[in-house]
Every structure is written in structure tokens, then in C-alpha cells.
Design a protein around this ligand. Structure first.
Ligand SMILES: CC(C)[C@H](C(=O)O)[C@@H](O)C(=O)O
Ligand code: SF4
Length: 469
């Protein structure tokens, strides 16, 4: 009998093409997602070397970071730099025969929302993209991680990647989540617990009843932020929830191929007794809705809590850095989280820009008005999400409440397009990063779930969604 293996071990073993004496491997890559920011030099490299894309059918290109999200974007992109990057991707996709979704295509959206939606992301696959949040696809039981631009070129040319195996880490969330506590709160709590370096050198498998009970959307939210926990990738074993989501997606296997795929996918789980190098266990019943207070995703606290006092930290470097974070955020220790007023609300991103996220926000907003002091917007993660939301009338709920309803893209998740915070503005955001300047120069980001962001938009300050009537 062979030794029991983790899910990560299994996917890894199935993709090793060759291995050196020092453990460096050549891995076969099943799927390559490409966006406009990290691909121009990679395609240029191929061009200079006179090489082709090895497997264009395993490559999918989409614009997301730079595209404006205002309705007038269909008349052309005004920002010069953004326009050049977007046009370069369109040209490269054409020259190299890669399928491409432009900003005029309903399938366009944030790369990590588009892959799963198209059935391009499937269990057991190795998936890469020149983007750190490629970890999102791990929700399907795929080994998915970000790569650098030179690696993008390598994968385009060879459909392989040079990699060393990471260690195995298990994060188990036992029990059921209380009402009002979501996948976003789970992952923020996990990062709060392990820190932003907690997963370094590891691939994390998320397991336990609370994870199993999540929808695919929720699982993607959890895996999306694995990278903020320092890990190489996050994984959730595929199950009936996964298979139901994939079935009938445009690029999912059909007919006999579906049955064969299903047989394989069902083997994708950690064997009894497999070894994990690190194990962390959380109890779902104890988790509250969470709000980040600082400039790192590990700076988190319960919505019922207060801004912590850095003087309580023993380590001097850490103490100094947390004081700096408070200064940047314009916050004082001891301030109740529910007393913090926000200027902006951003609901979107590859963390929380899917249909379920918009439904959760709409439920909170319905029949109410955005506070007069708040500017709030909803940015669907893809054209398909937008279409679905409109079919359900969610856009009306948001617009009547005073939210802006935008076109799909990364938007205010990062200050790479026109959507950004002004200096000093405070934002309740459903995105994944809150470092200095992330949403705009001197902008202040608080990471929260979609329901919590929606409630903050209405109230004008953070509120405990568990008390929302
Ligand atoms: C622009 C891109 C390379 C970057 C990433 O890799 O994550 C972006 O998506 C981000 O979220 O900061
Ligand atoms: S939505 Fe944000 S985190 Fe996701 S890919 Fe775009 S910029 Fe990166």
C-alpha cells in the first residue's frame, strides 16, 4: 500500500513531468489565465524569440485591472496608459491565437471570476496566472497560484512551470457559522489567527464542516485570500457542491467526458492519515463579523470590538508598525468599531464580486437609502454576474438606494483605473488588500464582507450585521 497522501500531494504527483536531485520539478500546467498587466513583456519575449504559444486552447485572456467601469467605456478608454495595456492584450491574443474577452464581451470580468464561470477552472488541474489571487481557483480542488511575468512567458512557450513542492498545511473550521457570519469573515479570522506569514512555504487545505457548508462563491472567497495568509495556494476538496456548480458551464466536459471527469474528481481528497506539516483549527460558532482596522489583512477585530492599543504588543518592531498603521488610518486605540464613519463603500473585486455577494448586499439594502455622507458603488465581477444580477432586479434595488451600478472590472480594489479613493477617504471595502495607498493615495481601507459593507453604506458607519433588522 502506498503512503496516504494529501489532496495537494495527489495533484502535484499527477503533474510532475520530471524532477532534479534537489527536488526542483517541472510541472505540467493545465490552464493559463492571462490579463493585461503581467503579460505584455511575456508575449514580447515570445515574439523576439520567434516562438508560438504552445497550447493556445489552454490559455484564456481577459482585461480587468485597467478597464474603466463607467458606462461610457464602450466609447473607448480615455486614460492613455490603460488604453495601451488593454490594446496590447487584444493584439497579443490575436497574434498568438489565444481566446480573448474584451471589455465589450459579456464574458469579460475579473480573471478569477471569469475562469470558474466559463468552466475553464476544473478540479485536479494546475492553474496559473500572472496574478497573486489565482489562489481563488483552489476552491475547485485545483492547484492554482500566481506566477511572475517571466514565468508567464515560460508557461506560454512550454505549458510547464519550474516549481519546488511546498509543505502541507491544514486549516479546519469546525461547526456551523452563525447567521450574519460569512466566508469573508472566516478567511479574515483565519488570517488574524495565523498572521500574514502564517502560511509561508505551505499549500493550505481548508476543511471542516463550516468550509463544506459554503457555496462555491464562499469557497472562492476563502481561497482568494489564502495569499494574504502567506501561503502558496489554497485548496478545498471538490464535492457535490463543486460538481453542481461546474455542470453545464460553457467549457466543462460534456457527455461521456463528464462521467469520466467525475470519476477522477471524486478521488481528489486527502487520504485518511495523510501528514500535514502544520494544522490550525477554528470553531465556526465563535466567529463574529469582522472588520480590519489597520494596513495589513491580519489587523482584524470583531465588529463588536475596539481599535486595539499597539502598546499592548511586546515586540518593538511590530508595535511601531501597528502605531504607524493607526496613524495612517486616522484611528485611536479604544475607538469602538461601530463608531467609525465611512465616506465610501466598495462592493466588488475577485474576493466578493460574485452573484451571491451581490444578493447578500441587496438583501441588506432593499428599501433603504445610502447615508447622505456616503458614496457607494457596486461593481459586478463579470458581465455574466452583472447580467444575472439585473435579471434578478438587484441593480434596481441598489440604484434606488443610491448606489452606483458599474461595469465589471477590478475597479477600486486597486488604484490602477479611474476608481480610487481621495486622500483621507475611508472606505468599507469587500476586497482583499488594505495596505497604504491600495485604493488610492492616502486612502483608508477597511476589509469587510458584502453584507457588512452594504450595512455601513446605509448607516454611514460600521454596524453589526447580526443586529440588522
Ligand atoms: C496587478 C496584479 C499583478 C496584482 C496581483 O498580482 O495581485 C493585482 O491583481 C493585485 O491584486 O494586487
Ligand atoms: S480584483 Fe483586486 S485582487 Fe482581484 S485581481 Fe483585480 S486587483 Fe487583484
Amino acid at each position: 500500500m502506498s503512503a496516504p497522501r494529501t489532496l495537494y500531494d495527489k495533484i502535484w504527483d499527477d503533474h510532475v513531468v520530471s524532477e532534479d536531485e534537489n527536488g526542483t520539478c517541472l510541472l505540467y500546467i493545465d490552464r493559463h489565465l492571462v490579463h493585461e498587466v503581467t503579460s505584455p513583456q511575456a508575449f514580447e519575449g515570445l515574439r523576439m524569440a520567434g516562438r508560438k504559444v504552445r497550447a493556445p486552447e489552454k490559455t484564456l485572456a481577459v482585461v480587468d485591472h485597467n478597464v474603466p467601469t463607467t458606462a461610457d467605456r464602450h466609447e473607448g478608454i480615455k486614460n492613455e496608459e490603460s488604453r495601451i495595456q488593454v490594446e496590447a492584450l487584444a493584439q497579443n491574443a490575436k497574434d498568438f491565437g489565444v481566446e480573448y474577452y474584451s471589455e465589450k464581451d459579456v464574458r469579460q470580468g475579473i480573471v478569477h471570476i471569469v475562469g470558474p464561470e466559463q468552466g475553464f477552472t476544473l478540479p485536479g488541474m494546475t492553474i496559473v496566472c500572472g496574478d497573486s489571487h489565482t489562489s481563488t481557483h483552489g476552491a475547485f480542488g485545483a492547484l492554482a497560484h500566481g506566477i511572475g511575468t517571466s514565468e508567464v512567458e515560460h508557461v506560454l512557450a512550454t505549458q510547464t512551470l519550474v516549481q519546488k513542492k511546498a509543505k502541507n498545511m491544514l486549516v479546519r473550521v469546525d461547526g456551523q457559522l452563525p447567521p450574519g457570519v460569512t466566508a469573508k469573515d472566516v478567511i479574515l479570522a483565519i488570517i488574524g489567527e495565523i498572521g500574514t506569514a502564517g502560511g509561508t512555504g505551505h499549500v493550505i487545505e481548508f476543511a471542516g464542516e463550516a468550509i463544506r457548508s459554503l457555496s462555491m462563491e464562499g469557497r472562492m472567497t476563502v481561497c482568494n485570500m489564502t495569499i494574504e495568509g502567506g501561503a502558496r495556494a489554497g485548496l478545498i476538496a471538490p464535492d457535490e457542491t463543486t460538481f453542481a456548480y461546474i455542470k453545464d458551464k460553457p467549457r466543462a466536459p460534456k457527455g461521456k467526458a463528464w462521467d469520466m471527469a467525475l470519476d477522477y474528481w471524486k478521488t481528489l481528497k486527502t487520504d485518511e492519515g495523510a501528514h500535514f506539516d502544520k494544522v490550525v483549527v477554528l470553531d465556526a460558532a465563535n466567529l463574529p463579523p469582522i472588520v480590519s482596522w489597520g494596513s495589513s489583512p491580519e489587523d482584524v477585530v470583531s465588529v463588536q470590538g475596539v481599535v486595539p492599543n499597539p502598546d499592548d504588543i511586546r515586540d518593538e518592531t511590530k508595535r511601531t508598525s501597528k502605531w504607524r498603521a493607526l496613524d495612517y488610518m486616522g484611528l485611536k486605540p479604544g475607538t469602538k468599531i461601530t463608531d467609525i464613519a465611512v465616506d465610501r463603500v466598495f462592493i466588488g473585486s475577485c474576493t466578493n464580486g460574485r452573484i451571491e455577494d451581490l444578493r447578500a448586499a441587496a438583501k441588506v439594502v432593499e428599501g433603504r437609502k445610502v447615508a447622505s455622507t456616503v458614496n457607494a458603488m457596486i461593481v459586478p465581477g463579470s458581465g455574466i454576474v452583472k447580467e444575472q444580477a439585473e435579471a434578478e432586479g438587484l441593480d434596481k434595488i441598489f440604484k434606488e438606494a443610491g448606489f452606483e451600478w458599474r461595469e465589471p472590472g477590478c475597479s477600486m480594489c486597486l488604484a490602477m483605473n479611474d476608481d480610487r479613493l481621495k486622500p483621507g477617504e475611508r472606505c468599507a471595502s469587500t476586497s482583499n488588500r488594505n495596505f497604504e495607498g491600495r485604493q488610492g493615495y492616502k486612502g483608508r481601507t477597511h476589509l469587510v464582507s458584502p453584507a457588512m459593507a452594504a450595512a455601513a453604506a446605509i448607516a454611514g458607519h460600521f454596524v453589526d450585521i447580526r443586529e440588522w433588522k
